[in-house]
Write a protein that binds this ligand. Structure first.
Ligand code: HEC
Length: 335
């Protein structure tokens, strides 16, 4: 790790010798695959990079990256989807662009490009994913600011129309805060610590029952405004992660610290770039990953019964929370 950091300093522009080499400046993010549905009822599958895939006209496109991405770059100006195989250099070339709505899930590091209208059957479409260029802010970046290196494009043909017409694929149906609270309580056991009891305040002032979740929407996480990294946020006010809300109130799962606390475990997440968890913990997540790994002395409850070891949250549980946040963190009234 140190060796490669030191070598990178020979060529990197503005290489900062005094700084820990891997805190900033991870590798350029890579696209792992682009997925779409072949039919309305099929599961999304990877598109052939050579352009031979046939895609259902209402299918959202999904782009999976190997790194955690800067949610501010997960916008429609970072890509172009159009029925024209001409080379797109920048967003200004996207003159026939289809209207789409992007969303980003940090758990699977996936950008979903939802369609506003169905694609035209029989046409060839090209999705071009843009690398940032001088003079524009558009294009993909990893959370530490490292840019996508070069544009990537993939073409596909739209399948013949099916009758009766199927709707276009929007975001998946959103869970409610009650579903999330239930998962957090029973599956993730977060309430063993994050509750109010008579003697102690909840850790970081955070309760994680339904009311606690509602209160966390739009509230800046302690870990992003105090502690080891706080001075860095003053030096680099644009730094990703400074003053991040626990749960973003505008529906950005990628700007929600609660998810990064869950993702900060060393765990085998499908396709995650080497060293990414280390980079996340070095520059974004302060303190422990959640739930905190068990300490040997604490593996018994107050009655002396053995407690199960605390496991990292499953990708399914994290995705449930992510989908809830992306939908705007809905909370139906309870009575
Ligand atoms: C063993 C007790 C314990 C358990 C179980 C636990 N936490 Fe924590 N949590 C803490 C402590 C202590 C802190 C404060 C120190 C830190 O941030 O590492 C904290 C901090 C946090 C923070 C940061 C809050 C902020 O404002 O910075 C989040 C988010 C969080 N926990 C979420 C969770 C979730 C979600 C779970 C369940 C998966 C969970 N915690 C399980 C003890 C716990």
């Amino acid at each position: 790790m140190f060796l490669s950091g030191a070598l990178a300093c020979f060529s990197a522009v503005g290489c900062d010798v005094g700084r820990d080499p891997y805190v900033y400046g991870g590798p350029a993010p890579q696209v792992l695959e682009v997925l779409a549905r072949e039919a309305a009822t099929a599961a999304p599958s990877a598109l052939d990079p050579e352009g031979s895939s046939v895609v259902f006209s209402g299918s959202a496109l999904r782009v999976r990256f190997d790194r955690y991405m800067d949610p501010q770059s997960m916008i429609r100006q970072s890509y172009c989807l159009q029925p024209d195989p001409a080379v797109v250099v920048g967003f200004e070339d996207c003159t026939q662009g289809v209207f789409t709505a992007p969303s980003y899930d940090p758990v699977t590091r996936t950008l979903s490009v939802h369609l506003d209208e169905r694609l035209v059957a029989g046409n060839l479409y090209t999705l071009t994913l843009l690398a940032p260029r001088e003079g524009t802010d558009f294009g993909f970046r990893a959370f530490d600011g490292v840019a996508f290196e070069a544009n990537v494009s993939v073409s596909f043909t739209v399948a013949a129309d099916v009758e009766p017409p199927e709707a276009v694929e929007g975001p998946a149906e959103a869970p409610d805060c009650a579903d999330v609270a239930e998962t957090i309580k029973t599956e993730l056991s977060c309430l063993t610590c994050h509750v109010v009891d008579d003697e102690t305040a909840p850790p970081a002032g955070l309760t994680l029952n339904r009311e606690g979740l509602i209160a966390a929407i739009g509230r800046t996480a302690h870990g992003t405004s105090v502690g080891a990294a706080a001075h860095e946020s003053q030096e680099r006010p644009e730094r990703f992660g400074s003053n991040m809300p626990l749960i973003d109130e505008k529906g950005s799962a990628g700007n929600s610290y609660l998810l990064y606390k869950l993702l900060a475990h060393e765990q085998a997440l499908d396709g995650l770039a080497d060293g990414e968890t280390e980079r996340l913990r070095a520059s974004v997540v302060v303190g422990l990953p959640m739930p905190p790994p068990s300490e040997p002395a604490r593996q018994f409850d107050s009655e002396g019964n053995p407690l199960p070891p605390r496991e990292p949250a499953s990708p399914e549980a994290m995705s449930l929370i992510s989908r809830w946040i992306s939908a705007g963190a809905p909370c139906a009234a309870t009575d």
